[in-house]
Design a binder for this molecule. Structure first.
Ligand code: AP5
Ligand code: NA
Length: 342
């Protein structure tokens, strides 16, 4: 294998095809979904997916949180294969579509392919300015650690300097996360994690807590921060206070932990060690907002595109905000063909 580009970023998460459509509140009620949430579907939602594809005009958009972020990072970096993605898909049309879209964006996808289970999907249900996500992980849920042990993937891991894993992946394969994070700590690399959704802190807190000591950079939004605080029993909903406490949690390496919490149009809160900084966001005028689906993922993609080049926090946040705004102006987590970021 040829050497990877310098400072390669590895992402690991669930590769999902988003099935996006607009629905009435009554549809959400019928399937027990909240207006603004991200959950895993259960058996009762199987019929919902059938109904969506039968009775609604739907758009199929490549999704999966970390894969979105890597596509955005590639768009900004504008040089192929700066990022590598691990996750599991089925041997089917959806899996092929996801791979094609990721490769077109310049992401080096290294999927584990499951011959018997279908590629995962995520219903992205837009209702006014809200969106409800209901993920059917399917093949994504069958990822196993031995995919990382393959010789070609071992080489990729050895050469990479940065890792980005989503909290979503904690429901799938914690041993694979621990493997990457431990490797990162051992070789003084950088391991980054996203809190991803409140349900991760609510229902997978033990697993999350095993990973936190290995995390160098922690991402999340204000709802995820609140759920994380609640799971710790911290009696506060102040994002700054939660970020400070999260940064101060025990850590394996001596590198100070960086915590980056977004709050929609409100300032981005960054804690480095014990220092808090707020970075204001330029509000987009209402008429330019198409949907915020993928804003958080795009922020991370933009942030990491600069961070892996050693650009510093201010430049990383600025690029994160730029990327998020570009995505907000389009449907789903899609980018314009040309990147004007310098
Ligand atoms: P989704 O949760 O929609 O994406 P997201 O990127 O997290 O978008 P949010 O709208 O939730 O943003 P946020 O709250 O994180 O960020 P914030 O608003 O703070 O999910 C998208 C993907 O998740 C889908 O593709 C799906 O496949 C995937 N997914 C679902 N379940 C999954 C699972 N189990 N496993 C794997 N994948 C799964 O905003 C961030 C930044 O945006 C701000 O800091 C700011 O810079 C900017 N911004 C936001 N609002 C404004 C505004 N009004 N004006 C200007 N800038 C703004
Ligand atoms: Na969007």
């Amino acid at each position: 294998m040829s050497p990877l580009p310098e400072n390669t970023l590895i992402g690991m998460c669930n590769p999902l095809l988003d099935i996006q459509t607009t629905v009435e509140k009554s549809f959400l009620d019928k399937w027990g979904l909240k207006e603004n949430d991200a959950i895993l579907c259960d058996d009762k939602h199987n019929d919902m997916f059938t109904e969506l594809t039968k009775d609604f005009t739907v758009e199929y958009i490549p999704g999966g949180a970390a894969q979105n972020s890597l596509r955005v990072a590639q768009w900004i970096l504008n040089s192929p294969n700066r990022t590598v993605f691990f996750g599991a898909v089925g041997k089917d049309q959806y899996g092929e579509l996801l791979a094609t879209k990721a490769k077109e964006a310049g992401v080096n996808v290294q999927y584990q392919i499951n011959e018997t289970v279908k590629t995962g999907t995520c219903a992205a249900l837009i209702n006014g300015t809200h969106r409800s996500l209901c993920a059917h992980l399917a093949a994504a849920n069958t990822f196993t650690q031995d995919h990382l042990q393959k010789e070609e993937n071992q080489k990729i891991i050895e050469q990479a300097k940065y890792f980005y894993v989503t909290g979503f992946f904690i429901t799938v394969c914690p041993p694979a996360i621990i493997q990457l994070a431990t490797h990162s700590a051992e070789f003084n690399k950088t391991f980054t994690l996203n809190l991803s959704a409140p349900f991760i802190s609510q229902f997978f807190f033990d697993k999350l807590s095993e990973i936190i000591p290995l995390v160098d950079v922690l991402f999340g939004n204000e709802d995820e921060a609140a759920a994380f605080a609640n799971a710790h029993g911290w009696e506060t909903t102040c994002v700054k206070e939660i970020a400070l406490k999260a940064a101060a949690l025990p850590k394996k390496s001596t590198k100070p932990r960086l915590v980056v919490f977004t709050q929609g149009p409100e300032p981005v809160v960054v804690v480095e060690g014990d220092k808090v900084t707020e970075y204001p966001v330029t509000r987009l005028p209402k008429e330019e907002i198409v949907d915020t689906n993928g804003a958080g993922d795009a922020f991370v993609g933009g942030f990491l595109s600069q961070f892996i080049q050693g650009k510093g926090i201010e430049a990383s946040v600025a690029c994160g905000s730029y990327a998020a705004q570009e995505i907000i102006k389009k449907h789903g987590c899609t980018v314009p063909s040309v990147c004007k970021y310098h």
